[in-house]
Design a protein around this ligand. Structure first.
Ligand code: PLP
Length: 451
């Protein structure tokens, strides 16, 4: 299988090349050249293990990786999860299921992809004999998941910029209490945007980037999307057969990565009926799917902070398919969007998408209602998935984080403080962070000294 750019430029890449490059050379995003049929993975009524399903699915794409090696990487990837099923499906009632994706090391669904990506980076270092310095900026979950995916990996150093005092104390502890030699949390004076700007400028110095083997952790790596597709298939196999009609996957959405991972499964043969894009008050994607107009606005901080975005970086992959795989069209739409912040899909065919939005007040009410009805505590991101559920569907709501990651919001809603042993042990550990200026010069200096 080869991977091509959404914008049509450059040569086709192998899986390993596409993973190492992250972004395509023409600025587009990688996608498989063709989408294979996966129906044979869905007719197995025997219980297949998560790791086996994952290996079989990924081997359709990672055709340049020896299947035995792939199996080993996948097994290691999910070893640290605290549920034997990795992604257990929990039934709330006749019609509503929750797919729990928070059993990984940092208690959010991003572990599924970043634990895998970490192993792929490690393999890359082993094959090339060249060390990698990973540089990223985070406002929370991604940084923590990336750090835990790369913890202690030979030949890999991780530098994560974050705004000092502006992320939740628990998220800071997840990044700074790792006790690992190769992890460098960099607290900067300023906002997330300041961190992001300094990061971009650092990458722009291509001589420096090449000299230290600089690599980005971003949400657009194709390996992340494919690793996330697996749990949609696994969820399907867990739905009782009589309920496998009119299935709607409900996905709390920010960058559009997670819901895209499910939607491409449908293109490969997963017989889901609809994909429900659930946003918080930063509702750019809900506005798009309800009005056909994509218009970038200002981010308003919400109770579901990992969905506080205005530019959905994976959306370009959706545009590629919805525009009939016309890469010239994608290129012109993306440059138009860069210029005006807008995309008008006047002939939008909704296809299998639905959408909804939820503001902070509704998030609190939903957490309270679900707790009262089902004795189940939702995290604020997952709560967004309960807006506008339809009675004529089997709803599978993706539960993207454990409630203990967001104790303040949950307490406000139900007056209970959720806990988790993985977070409790952090409280006794020493915080190790480095304070630096958000300038390319100080970032480069720090990397050179500590690589
Ligand atoms: C990242 C994140 C999301 C949003 O996922 P996207 O792939 O960006 O759509 C939702 N919930 C939680 C808890 C997250 O960490």
């Amino acid at each position: 299988m080869r991977f091509i750019s959404t914008r049509g430029g450059g040569k086709a890449h192998t899986f390993s090349e596409a993973v190492a490059a992250g972004l395509a050379p023409d600025g587009g995003l990688f996608l498989p050249e063709t989408l294979p049929d996966i129906k044979h993975l869905l007719c197995d009524d025997q219980r297949v293990s998560y790791a086996d399903l994952c290996t079989e699915f990924l081997s359709l794409f990672a055709t340049d990786v020896d299947k035995g090696d792939l199996r080993k990487i996948v097994q290691e990837t999910y070893e640290g999860f605290d549920s034997e099923e990795m992604a257990p499906l929990c039934r709330l009632d006749e019609k509503i299921f929750l797919l729990e994706l928070f059993h990984g090391p940092t208690l959010a669904f991003k572990d599924f992809a970043l634990q895998f990506l970490g192993r792929l980076y490690e393999r890359q270092v082993q094959l090339s004999g060249k060390a990698i310095n990973v540089l990223g900026a985070t406002s929370g979950d991604t940084g923590a998941a990336a750090i835990h995916g790369l913890l202690g990996k030979e030949g890999v150093n991780v530098f994560i910029l974050y705004p000092d005092g502006r992320i939740s104390p628990l998220q800071e502890r997840q990044m700074t209490c790792t006790e690992a030699e190769n992890i460098f949390p960099l607290a900067i004076e300023g906002s997330f945007d300041d961190a992001q700007r300094a990061l971009k400028e650092t990458f722009r110095d291509s001589e420096f980037a090449a000299a230290v083997g600089l690599s980005a952790i971003n949400s657009i790596n194709i390996a992340r999307v494919l690793a996330q597709s697996v749990y949609y298939l696994y969820a399907w196999l867990q739905i009782p057969e009589e309920s496998r009609v009119n299935v709607e996957f409900v996905v709390p959405t920010g960058n559009f990565g997670n819901v895209l991972a499910g939607w491409i499964c449908q293109k490969m043969g997963l017989p889901a009926k609809t994909f429900h894009v659930a946003t918080n008050q930063n509702d750019i994607l809900h506005r798009f799917f309800s009005l056909g107009k994509y218009k970038v606005g200002k981010v308003i901080p919400s109770y579901a902070p990992s969905m506080d975005i205005q530019i959905a970086s994976n959306f370009e992959r959706y545009i590629y398919y919805s525009e009939g795989e016309n890469s010239d069209r994608v290129g012109s739409i993306m440059s138009e969007m860069d210029r005006t912040g807008e995309y008008d899909a006047s002939n939008l065919a909704l296809g299998s998408f639905r959408s909804s939005r939820m503001d902070d007040e509704e998030i609190l009410k939903t957490i309270e209602k679900v707790y009262r009805h089902y004795d189940y505590i939702l995290d604020p991101h997952t709560a967004c998935g309960f807006g506008d559920l339809r009675g004529d569907r089997t709803s599978v709501v993706l539960s993207t984080a454990h409630p203990a990651k967001f104790p303040e919001v949950v307490k406000k809603a139900v007056n209970v403080i959720p806990t988790h042993p993985k977070l409790d042990i952090l409280k006794d550990r020493e915080i190790r962070k480095y304070t630096i200026d958000p300038t390319p010069a100080s970032i480069k200096n720090f990397i050179i000294k500590n690589q």
